[in-house]
Structures are given as C-alpha cells and as structure tokens.
Design a binder for this molecule. Structure first.
Ligand code: GAR
Length: 208
C-alpha cells in the first residue's frame, strides 16, 4: 500500500494537524506530511510542524500582488510535493476555483458540526458552536467532507455525533467536538490511503 502524500493547510493552533501527526507516528495512518502551510506566520500549527521536522511554510495572499500569483505559488508547492491530498485543518480562507478544479476530489476539510447544518460563510471555529447552542439542538458533531467550489458543500466522507449538554458554553462544546475531530480526520484519511473512497454525484461511498 502506497503512503498518501499530504500537504496540510491551516490557520490556527493546529490540534488537528497534531492528531494527524500522532496517528502517522503510531502507525495508524499510512501517510506522510510533505509540508504544512499557514496564512498566519504566528500560527501554532507552524511550530507544531517544525517540532516534527515537517517543512513549515508561511503563505498569505498579502505576499502577492494578485490572487493568481498566490494560486500559482500554492500550486507549485503542491506539485513539487506530488501530493495525493490537500488537507484543510482549520484553514479559515476560501481556496480559489483554480486550485479546487486542479485537485478535484483530492481536497478534504473538517467542519465542527453536522453539515449541511451550521455550515456556510461565517460558520467557522467558535461561531459554529455558538450557533449550535443558540439553536437548541441536542446533537452536534463532526463532518469530514470533500471541498468543492461551494462553501461547506462537497461530498460527506464521515460524520460523528457529539451530544450538546444543557450547561454547555461554546467553549466547552468546542472542546468536546475537537476531541472527536482528532479521531475522525485520521480515520477518514486512512480510508483514502486504503483506496476505499469513491465519489459519485457528490456522494462518497466507502468500500468494505
Ligand atoms: C477545528 O475545530 C476545525 O473543525 C475548525 O477550526 C478548528 C481548528 O482547530 N474549522 C472550521 O471551522 C472550518 N470551517 P485546530 O487549529 O486546533 O485544528
């Protein structure tokens, strides 16, 4: 079985990146992370990458005169590393259609709720958990899904549920959901490593 070549894009603290690294090191995920890219030079995720000798790259739209130039640079990094999948792990920017088309069915994201509920523009990080609590639902969860040109819309690969408690704050809920994210993302990536995911008409089918 071939190791999956991954590049991870992230904006924040990087606990999902850490969980993926830990699964790889424990032999539970047959993959290697070729580089970690963040739009935020101070993001903890870059530090986590460096701690594991993974190339850590700061790449922001602000470094380029045009969006096209940014896309070309990102594409060149992805091509150089011959990636199988681009993994978004708390990446708070929208990827351009150029990248999404080039890596169709090979870009994956984790969202901290059960899509298609609580997704779409503005629904990221703590805002998701605030909206979940405000709505009064008793169950939330984690969605691992493919990225297409519509925000939070691509084929759903895996979902796991998490209960919402009466006394939850957005922060306490985020913490409970995050623990489940850390398992779900590596499990979903391992399905790709095993060649078990087939995407047909915006649905992901998992082969036995
Ligand atoms: C995670 O909860 C992830 O699901 C969320 O950001 C957090 C990043 O945490 N992503 C989104 O909201 C994307 N719409 P991390 O930096 O500790 O992995």
């Amino acid at each position: 079985m071939k190791k999956l070549n991954l590049v991870v894009l992230a904006s924040g603290g990087g606990t999902n990146l850490q969980a993926i690294i830990d699964h790889i090191e424990a032999g539970k995920l047959n993959a290697q992370i070729k580089a970690v890219i963040s739009n935020n030079s101070k993001a903890g995720v870059l530090e986590r990458a460096r701690n594991h000798d993974i190339p850590a790259i700061h790449l922001s739209h602000k470094q380029f005169a045009t969006l096209e130039e940014f896309d070309l640079k990102l594409l060149s990094i992805l091509k150089e590393n011959q990636i199988d999948m681009l993994v978004l792990a708390g990446y708070m920017k929208m990827l351009s259609p150029v990248i999404i088309r080039e890596y169709k069915n090979r870009i994956i994201n984790i969202h901290p709720a059960l899509l298609p509920s609580f997704g779409g523009p503005g629904m990221y990080g703590i805002h998701v958990h605030e909206a979940v609590i405000k709505s009064g639902v008793k169950v939330t969860g984690v969605t691992v899904h493919m990225v297409d040109e519509v925000y939070d819309h691509g084929a759903i690969v895996m979902q796991k549920t998490v209960p919402v408690m009466d006394d939850d704050t957005p922060e306490s809920l985020a913490e409970r959901v995050l623990k489940v994210e850390h398992q779900a993302y590596s499990e979903a990536l391992q399905l790709f490593a095993e060649g078990r995911v087939e995407i047909i008409d915006n649905r992901a089918f998992i082969k036995k």
